[in-house]
Design a protein around this ligand. Structure first.
Ligand code: UT7
Length: 337
């Protein structure tokens, strides 16, 4: 089971992980008081029972800091050891400076590059794949990769078709250079986008397109997530299936070579549908939407971190991460943890 990437001199290994979930919890029973919905509907259609919501003065960079410090501690590195910071987020602290620079400041370090990645729910996979390139080429040794979201700011709590889905949180990986792929490496990656599906999932404001409108008014819905749920659902299932098939074709792996699928947690039903179509065993899927909801770019590092903590995912296992999100974007990483 050798893939091209195992022939490289430098390999990208996850050295440490950390995650953060805000204290405040919004249950389905709370949602019943906000919109015309029911615990039963939400559970049945999405698998979600509750979600965490950041408090008013908790910024994406604050949550990123908490997750990053844990990831650094686990990797036995100090902030000064980092060569690059990548932050995936769809709703940054501010338009400028980027959230990665805000995080850099909060980590008390300077003089290294810091970049935000905007690819919605696929953002973390995009960021980790960029980190992988810098490590494989030998340019950088230790990279901090974070997904952090305060989605409650872009959630319209009068729209029952979207507001039950989203939650806040952050997850971070520290990835480091190593020479032995058996001790951890990224075997294979894919990135993709389908711009023609842009209108299925979007936020209008702030943004130049919205600002340049002749008669500019900003209503709540302009600043919140707008979604064609069914369209996104169908495309998400297709992306999961196509990405999985491509990974197997490119690497020669079979489902038995994959110990865990760590997918973006958008909807439990999307994942179950994928398992059925692709004939992938549900027991090997990390389902982690119940207590967190959809946390966009934070969802993969969050669910991976939690699965390791729960003792499900162990070192040396083969993990396939797949994400899909607004854009629409998608990406996957097959790695040895
Ligand atoms: O990270 C990617 C981001 N987004 C996603 O992955 C979302 C993908 N889409 C989905 O997860 C699903 O499409 C939803 C969970 C959003 C909706 O589930 P659905 O099974 O596709 O429901 P639907 O849109 O077909 O709506 C069925 C019914 C409708 O009522 P009528 O027209 O049949 O009377 C909706 O108005 O359910 C109604 N409905 C609700 N009822 C109670 C929609 N939202 C709710 C709600 N509570 N929260």
């Amino acid at each position: 089971m050798k893939t091209n990437s195992t022939l490289n001199k430098h390999h990208c290994r996850i050295g440490g992980m950390g995650y953060y979930l805000p204290e405040k919890i919004l249950t389905n029973q709370d949602m019943e008081k906000i919109v015309d919905t029911s615990d039963e509907w939400i559970k049945q259609r999405t698998g979600i029972e509750s979600r965490h919501i950041a408090n008013a003065n908790e910024l994406p960079s604050d949550m990123a800091l908490k997750a990053s410090l844990k990831a650094l501690e686990q990797s036995q590195l100090k902030p000064e050891d980092l060569d690059f910071i990548l932050v995936a987020t769809l709703y940054p602290d501010r338009i400028m400076p980027n959230t990665a620079c805000e995080l850099q400041k909060k980590l008390n370090i300077s003089n290294i590059p810091a970049l935000d990645i905007s690819a919605a729910c696929s953002g973390f996979i995009y960021a980790l794949s960029i980190a992988n390139q810098y490590i494989q080429t030998g340019i950088y040794k230790n990279i901090l990769v974070v997904g952090t979201e305060t989605l409650h700011h872009v959630t319209d709590y009068t729209d029952r078709t979207t507001c039950v889905l989203f939650g806040d949180g952050a997850g971070a990986f520290v990835v480091s250079r190593n020479t032995n792929p058996e001790q951890g490496c990224i075997y294979h990656q894919t990135l993709n986008a389908y711009g023609e599906f842009g209108e299925a999932l979007y936020i209008s404001a702030p943004g130049a397109r919205h600002s340049s409108k002749k008669e500019r008014t900003t209503e709540k819905k302009d600043t919140c997530i707008q979604m064609d749920g069914q369209k996104v659902f169908k495309k998400a299932v297709q992306i999961l299936c196509d990405t999985y098939t491509k990974t197997l074709e490119d690497t020669g792996y079979t489902s038995t070579d994959i110990d865990w699928l760590v997918p973006h947690q958008a909807n439990e039903r999307i994942l179950k549908k994928f398992c059925k179509i692709a004939n992938f065993p549900e027991e090997k899927v990390i389902f982690d939407i119940k207590e967190t909801g959809n946390t966009s770019s934070a969802s993969i590092p969050l669910s991976m971190g939690r699965a390791v903590e729960q003792g499900k995912i162990k070192r040396s296992q083969n993990i396939l991460m797949i994400a899909m999100g607004g854009g629409m974007t998608s990406g996957s990483l097959l790695l040895k943890y």
